[in-house]
Design a protein around this ligand. Structure first.
Ligand SMILES: NC(=O)CCC(=O)C(=O)O
Length: 306
């Protein structure tokens, strides 16, 4: 019994120490570049644009760059099947990895089609550190199957849903939570990322125009209810494309204020991410510590009230 107690107390102490070390870890403020590019049908052309954008971001002092959903080929069935490739064996993984290493910059790749078989793919985002190492891979979890104002889209005809939440554990930026576009509508993911000490959540996206107001609101709401920095990175709008996106990439701070918003055109925007500011907000309004997980359930209500 005594032995058990000692073990428990040792375990508890080391857990507490780790927890304190982890939560009090200091990060230097850093610069994020959000690259909003017009997508061509030619993968090579997209690679060239992405390369130039990474080089420009680096020149302008960015520490990490982010791209939008479907950034290496247009969002269409034919194009996605044609361009699907394995990760990490495919040329796109190699391309981003080399780019990160050569420019000594971290990259959140946006998304591209990951091959499962001849008929099905995943909608996948990869995170590379500044040595070019692939440190995380997120497959879109919630598929965009909707019918809004003559706009019918059925992503699950082609795409398989991912099965895991993804946190990229980085040296310079701490833990980064990843979601893809429609995943933004599901607050559970962002809540779990915040509970696991993420301070930054990135959503490579290609949001549709009829729900553009939701895009603006959801980015702010996710920032406020997780007290994280939220990045929504989109391709530029192409009126001739099959899927015409809203664009308007944004970075929102943990208070819900927009630090950066692009318009519909191509461009690169920069935002400073300062976790000291985030900690101030988390101290002022400590919702993450005040959660009542013990009551967020109706099952036991009748028993409790007896
Ligand atoms: N690519 C997407 O998942 C689009 C999501 C979207 O536009 C929405 O309204 O939700």
């Amino acid at each position: 019994m005594l032995l058990q107690k000692t073990n428990f107390s040792k375990k508890f102490t080391s857990f507490t120490k780790n927890f304190i070390r982890f939560t009090s870890q200091k990060f230097t403020p850093f610069k994020i570049a959000v690259c909003q590019l017009k997508i061509s049908h030619e993968k090579k052309e997209n690679f060239n644009k992405i390369k130039k954008a990474v080089e420009e971001s680096k020149k302008n002092g960015a520490d990490i760059t982010v791209f939008g959903e479907s950034c290496t080929c247009p969002f269409s069935r034919g194009s996605w099947l044609k361009n699907a490739e394995e990760i990490p064996r495919g040329e796109t993984t190699e391309f981003f990895s080399n780019l990160a290493k050569q420019n000594n910059i971290s990259i959140i790749s946006g998304t591209f089609p990951e091959k499962e078989d001849e008929k099905k793919v995943y909608n996948t985002c990869c995170v590379f550190d500044d040595n070019g190492k692939l440190i995380a891979k997120h497959r879109k979890l919630h598929l965009f199957d909707v019918d809004v104002k003559q706009f019918r889209y059925h992503e699950s005809d082609l795409i398989l849903p991912g099965q895991n939440l993804t946190i990229a554990n980085t040296q310079k930026f701490g833990k980064i939570g990843i979601g893809i576009c429609y995943d933004l509508r599901f607050p559970q993911i962002a809540q779990i990322y915040a509970q696991h000490q993420c301070k930054l959540i990135v959503y490579p996206s290609s949001w549709m125009r009829p729900t553009s107001k939701h895009w603006d609101l959801l980015l702010k709401v996710r920032a406020i209810d997780t007290q994280c920095f939220i990045v929504g990175a989109s391709p530029a709008r192409d009126e001739k494309a099959k899927f015409v996106c809203h664009a308007h990439s944004q970075v929102v701070d943990p208070w819900g204020l927009v630090l950066l918003e692009l318009d519909e055109k191509e461009g690169i925007g920069y935002a400073k991410i300062d976790y000291n500011y985030l900690e101030e907000i988390r101290q002022k309004i400590p919702v993450l510590n005040q959660k009542r997980d013990d009551v967020y359930c109706l099952e036991d209500l009748s028993k409790k009230q007896k």
